[in-house]
Design a protein around this ligand. Structure first.
Ligand SMILES: [Zn+2]
Length: 282
């Protein structure tokens, strides 16, 4: 990728890969089947492929976001995150991948597990209301988010429409996010996919700004020219936007070009890396 604006650090706050390599092809094929005709993967889902892409496109670091789809997945997710951190699968991951953890509200050992990952120095926790079976505006789930907030985790949450759950818009749209943030003050919350705007009326996300919400810039490339996605990317304050791709569903070079085409050059430093470094303490 061409160098513009000097040595600018680019951190992808939102990416996925599957560990080990042996399950990547199966996982990505399964997901591609679910979203058949809507979305095509641009990578094979493996760590090696992601690292190759990061190197090729000049991306300095990617946050890898696992999702605990069952309450029992803590151990395997932690094992993978530690392997990414110590480079035991591929030495490049030590400096190129910042692993997030995940947490599940129905985990019977939740407190112990959160204390453990906090002690191990993990800063980010990824959650996904559709995969995990709750809505953000359900008061029963607020204590879970309170625990994440009290330990200082940065919560990255799938928000808005999910192509894998056609017809659903009841769990993590702007209204549900607002209810959560109003009831869990102090929660550092990154609303993925431009604050979950896809599938909702224009300006639905505006009240999230007053609630301290962050948004990542990941959006399906088919949505890049849509008015609401463009409006949020253009008008949200620089310090609230974090570059994200959702790789392997969006190509790195194209995602960088899109964000650069919408935001002024003076915003790039913060959006492409500065905000992520500040939130994650990198
Ligand atoms: Zn994602």
């Amino acid at each position: 990728m061409e160098e513009r604006g000097g040595k600018q650090m680019i951190i992808d706050i939102h990416s996925h890969c599957f560990i080990p390599d042996a399950i990547a092809a199966r996982a990505i094929a399964g997901m591609a089947r679910v979203v058949d005709g809507v979305l095509w993967p641009v990578g094979d889902g493996s760590l090696r492929n992601q690292l190759d892409q990061l190197d090729h496109d000049g991306i300095d670091m990617a946050c890898m976001l696992p999702i605990a789809t069952k309450p029992t997945q803590h151990d395997v997710i932690l094992r993978n995150a530690l392997a990414l951190r110590d480079g035991s699968i591929d030495p490049r991951s030590r400096r190129k991948i910042h692993p997030f953890m995940s947490a599940h509200p129905a985990d019977p050992d939740l407190d112990r597990h959160l204390d453990e990952i906090q002690a191990l120095g993990f800063r980010g926790v990824k959650v996904h209301p559709y995969y995990q079976g709750y809505a953000l505006d359900d008061p029963e789930v607020w204590p879970f988010f309170r625990k994440l907030a009290d330990r200082g985790f940065v919560v990255e949450c799938h928000c808005g429409y999910d192509v894998g759950y056609p017809g659903r818009c009841d769990a993590c749209g702007p209204r549900e996010i607002a209810a959560l943030l109003r009831n869990v003050p102090g929660l550092v919350f990154i609303a993925a996919h431009l604050a979950g705007c896809a599938g909702f009326p224009p300006h639905s996300t505006d009240e999230l700004l007053e609630l301290g919400c962050y948004a990542d810039t990941s959006a399906l490339s088919r949505d890049w020219m849509k008015d609401e996605q463009m409006r949020i990317l253009r008008s949200w304050p620089t310090e609230r936007l974090l570059f994200g791709t959702d790789f392997p569903w969006v190509k790195y070079d194209e995602a960088v070009r899109w964000v650069r085409s919408v935001r002024k050059e003076e915003d790039w430093e913060a959006v492409f890396g500065g905000n992520a470094r500040r939130l994650l303490g990198l």
